[in-house]
Each structure stands twice: as C-alpha cells, then as structure tokens.
Design a protein around this ligand. Structure first.
Ligand code: NCD
Length: 306
C-alpha cells in the first residue's frame, strides 16, 4: 500500500484493505484533532472550490491547521482567473508551484481526473458534478464503523437523490467492498445511476424501492440525502420530486433502537428538526469525523504517515 503522492479521484481506485487502512489512520488522528500536532508543518494545501461548500472546504482547511500546515485557495470561481477565461489545466499548473496538495471541487464530471493529469502534486477530489465525492465516502464509512463497531453485516439504506447525489455514488462503490445488504430508496426519476448499479449489483444484494416504510424496521444505517436541485436540467422535473420524502418522528416509529441516521449535509427539508434530538441522529457527529478522516488523507498523501 503506497499513499504518498497519490491522487484521490475515485473511490473505485481503492481496495478494501486500503480503505480499512485509511479508517485506522483516521482513528489515530482523533487525539491529534483535539490537541493539535505539527506533523504537516511547512506544508501547504490549496483548496480550489469552483462550487459552493461549507463542510468539505472548511474541514480540509481545519485538518491542515490541526496538523500544523497552512492553506491557500479560493472558494468561488468568480474571484479566480477562470473568470478571465483561464482553463483548469493552466490553473493547476500554476497552483502546483504554490502548494503541496490540491483539494478541488468542480461542477464538471472528470474535472479532478483531468487536473491530476496535469498536476505534479496530489489532487484530492472534493466533489465533481454528480459523479463522485470520495472523501465524503471515507467519512461515511468511518462513521459507520465508529458507531456500529464494524461495517460487515450491516443493512444500509440510501434514501433520496441517488441519481444526481455524488456522495451516494462514492458510498455505494465503497459499501460494495463489504459484506452488507443495500437498500436504495428514491422516487422513480431519481434512481441510482446505471453505471454505479452495474458495478455494485454483482457484489452485494441490492434492493430498490420507492418507499422506506417496509424497509425501516430492518436497517442499521439510514443515509439521507438532499435532492440536488442545482443539477436538474429542468425546473419542472425538480418540482415533481421536491419534498418527495421527509424523515420525521413518525417515520422512525418502527425503526431499530440502534439505527443510526447519517446525512452528508447540507439538509434542506428531508430530515425534520425534531429528529435531531433522537438518539439515532448522527449527522453532526459525522461532521466531526470529517476532520479526522481528512487529517488522515492529508498525512497519507503528503507522506507524514505510512
Ligand atoms: C455534499 C456534496 O457537496 O455533494 N455535501 C458535502 O460535501 N458534505 C452533499 C450535497 O451537497 O447535498
């Protein structure tokens, strides 16, 4: 297993053994996330975010600061030279002179892969269009393992926008490497992308359903997602599915007591605020886990840990 200098583009580039190692290193980062460390002293991360973000960018930057490193970057394309017509390849060939690694978020699928072809420093995909969001998947797996003790044996339901949601694509690829049962719950028009389905359905049992009702009593993990309004080509299509499902106390009546509810956030209206106070809600713990997992990823690709 070699991580130093490696790009993190797709979860499909990682084996189960490598993912488990990332989760182990993440656990070892927990005390450092509280106390701080100078493991990455002198190192610089550039965060190039061409699309909106709160957690991904700020947690990458927080992770870097907690490891003694520094950050540069931009949080909107409007203020960068892309606005003047610079292409991504030139932006990357510039920023690699300033930084030891680049975390990139872009609205176009394939953007992180393209950036990696031009970059001498590791590219970390912070979300590309509706395609993938691999670092979020590591966080989701880490949260499941931390909360449930292990990933094997779990029954996991992904609910919401499985078509345009990039976090569920990366997560589904990753879960298919474990011994789990997967339930995919979404309106008909937002079913899981075909290319992802093709890959996962030969590896694990997958059930698709439009309703959560018959599934909820059996599952250990409920992973809720936002309908990705900004990715709909047509506003009328969005109007048809807007508010199609909502998790509230009534939904949870028949759920297992030790069910955990995850959400990559931001939430709009798919989880009622009343759920926040149930023992099953774990989405804000998941936010904390985002720091330790990104600390692990940065120290691995920058060669500070093996
Ligand atoms: C997600 C994203 O950007 O894909 N957010 C995140 O990184 N935690 C989910 C979303 O925007 O719905």
């Amino acid at each position: 297993m070699e991580f130093q200098g490696r790009d993190i583009i797709s979860i499909e580039d990682f084996s189960r053994q490598e993912i488990n190692h990332i989760l182990d290193v993440s656990r070892s980062m927990e005390p450092l996330a509280s106390k701080g460390s100078d493991m990455l002293k002198g190192k610089i991360l550039a965060t190039l975010f061409f699309e909106p973000s709160t957690r991904t960018r700020l947690s990458f930057e927080t992770a870097m600061l907690k490891l003694g490193g520094s950050n540069i970057g931009f949080a909107e394309a409007e203020i960068a030279s892309v606005k003047k017509g610079e292409n991504l390849a030139d932006t990357v060939r510039t920023v690699e002179n300033y930084a030891d690694a680049i975390a990139l978020r872009h609205s176009l699928e394939g953007a992180a892969k393209l950036a990696a072809e031009f970059s001498k420093v590791p590219i970390i995909n912070g979300g590309t269009g509706a395609e993938e969001h691999p670092t979020q998947a590591f966080i989701d797996l880490y949260t499941m393992r931390k909360e449930k003790g292990k990933i094997d044996g779990l029954k996991v339901a992904l609910i919401g926008d499985l078509r345009y949601g990039r976090t569920v694509h990366s997560l589904a690829y990753a879960l298919a490497l474990y011994n789990i049962e997967l339930y995919l719950v979404s309106p008909e028009s937002l079913r899981m992308r075909k290319d992802v389905m093709q890959t996962i359905k030969n590896k694990i049992p997958v059930t698709e359903d439009a309703n959560l009702e018959s599934i909820i009593p059996h599952i250990d993990v409920l992973y809720v997602t936002r309908i990705q309004k900004e990715r709909f080509p047509d506003a009328a299509e969005y109007a048809k599915v807007k508010g199609a499902y909502k998790i509230d106390l009534k939904t949870l009546k028949n759920a297992k007591k030790d069910l955990i509810i995850l959400h990559p956030l931001p939430r709009v209206d798919e989880i009622a605020p009343e759920v926040d106070y149930t023992p099953q809600a774990r989405y804000f713990q998941q936010v904390w886990n985002g720091i330790v997992v990104r600390m692990a990823l940065l120290s691995l690709v920058l060669g500070a840990v093996k």
